[in-house]
Each structure stands twice: as C-alpha cells, then as structure tokens.
Design a protein around this ligand. Structure first.
Ligand code: AMP
Length: 224
C-alpha cells in the first residue's frame, strides 16, 4: 500500500504518519526528517539542504527527490510506505509519477490533513521534537511525561530552528504557492481524501484510518 500524507506545516503529518505506519505495518518516510538526519550526519546533501530548511524554503529537487526515491523504491523488500511531506510541488509530483510508471506502480491514496492558519501557528509555536527519533510533542497540548525527554526513546527534545514565527509564515507561503497546486492534481487523479486535522491526535488518527480502510481491508493493529 502506498500512501501520501500532505498538508500545511503543523497539521500533524509526522505524528499521524508515525501512528499510521504502525497501524498498517508500513514504513514512515518523512522527507523533512530524512533531510534533518542528513544535516545531523553532515553529508553533502545535508550541508546543501540546511540553509533552505532554516529559511522555510523547499530544498532543491535533486536533493529531496533522490533521498525519497531511494527510500521509496530502492530498499530491498519494500513494497509500500507512508510518505510524509512529499511531493511538495508539481515538479516533485511529476518525478514521483515517472518513477512509479517505470515500475508499473501507483499511489493508492493521498490524505490531505486540513488545518486553518491560526491553529497552525499555535501548534508550531511550542512544538518540541525528539533529537533521536523525530517524534513531536507540544509544551501545552501534548507534553512528554518527563519535561525535555521523549516518551518513546528517551532522546532529548529540542525546538526546531524553523519553528519560529518568521519561518512559519514563510513555510505557509510555500505551502500555498507550491503545495496547494499538487493537491489539485491529486484530486484530478482521483486519489485525494481530505481529513480535518483540527481535533485531538486520536480523533484525527481514527478518521485517517477510516479513509485508508475504506480503500483497503488490512489493519495490522500495532500500537505504541
Ligand atoms: P517538515 O519536517 O515536513 O516540516 O519539513 C521541514 C523542511 O524540510 C521544509 O520546510 C523544507 O525546507 C524541507 N522539506 C521537507 N520536505 C520537502 C520536500 N518534499 N521538498 C523540498 N523540501 C522539503
């Protein structure tokens, strides 16, 4: 099963993709997280990507498409995924479709997490991310059990460089100008499903599960 999860920054893509991956036994491929890992590892790709991420801009195509294609198609035994934050512009969507066509494969469903701008800003200011596993928390809405420590892996939590008001605004602009046109294409291609992301994590998760289940009947049911 190949699932895309798209939506504005702060809509909960990472959180939901992680939970859906467990539920449906699929790897969670986060474009942003893979880029942050490349930065952390100080690879060439990471060094080039860093200023774009820090400024809230899209990382150049050749970097992100290469990283995501490798994870989606080149790992032995991999025949499905939940891709989070990819594709983010029309060019990436076209490149993804070319890779799929070559293999005679297709995306089964693209879930758009919908959230209005006020909620986005509220969620992103106050977000804390695990430096080890990339899991997200929120100081007010979803705090960890122990302050500054990830519940899942014990890693230390930090505030992402790009979760400040100026960069959040820039990321929203990029979303409106570059990613919304992709959503229109996904709709034309008949694979788009919308999920209201304004509720609690578990409510949004249930809705996303229903969307996937309405297309498939395979729920692994793994939980944290
Ligand atoms: P995210 O973790 O999804 O919030 O992404 C964080 C940042 O990583 C974005 O603001 C971009 O700078 C970069 N990024 C993530 N996904 C992509 C993508 N598909 N194309 C280009 N840049 C991306």
């Amino acid at each position: 099963m190949k699932v895309l999860l798209i939506g504005p920054p702060g809509a909960g893509k990472g959180t939901q993709a992680h939970k859906l991956g467990k539920e449906f036994d699929l790897p969670h491929l986060s474009a942003g997280q893979l880029l942050r890992e490349a930065i952390e590892a100080e690879t060439e790709a990471g060094k080039r990507a860093r200023p774009y991420i820090d400024n809230g801009q899209l990382v150049p195509e050749e970097i992100v498409v290469k990283i995501m294609s490798r994870e989606m198609f080149d790992r032995p035994g991999r025949d499905g995924f939940i891709a989070d934050g990819f594709p983010r512009n029309i060019d990436q969507y076209e490149q993804l479709n070319r890779e799929l066509d070559k293999r005679d494969e297709k995306i089964d469903v693209a879930i758009q997490l919908d959230l209005d701008e006020e909620d986005i800003v509220e969620r992103l200011s106050g977000r804390m991310t695990c430096s080890e596993c990339g899991r997200n928390y929120h100081v007010e809405f979803y705090p960890p059990e122990t302050e500054g420590v990830c519940d899942a892996c014990g890693g230390s939590l930090y505030e992402r460089n790009d979760d400040n008001l100026k960069t959040i605004k820039q990321r929203l602009n990029v979303y409106r100008n570059e990613s919304v046109p992709v959503i229109k294409e996904l709709e034309k291609d008949g694979i788009l499903e919308r999920v209201d992301a304004s509720g609690r994590i578990d409510e949004v998760f249930e809705k996303a599960c229903e969307v996937i289940e309405s297309r498939f009947h395979a729920r692994a049911g793994n939980h944290d």
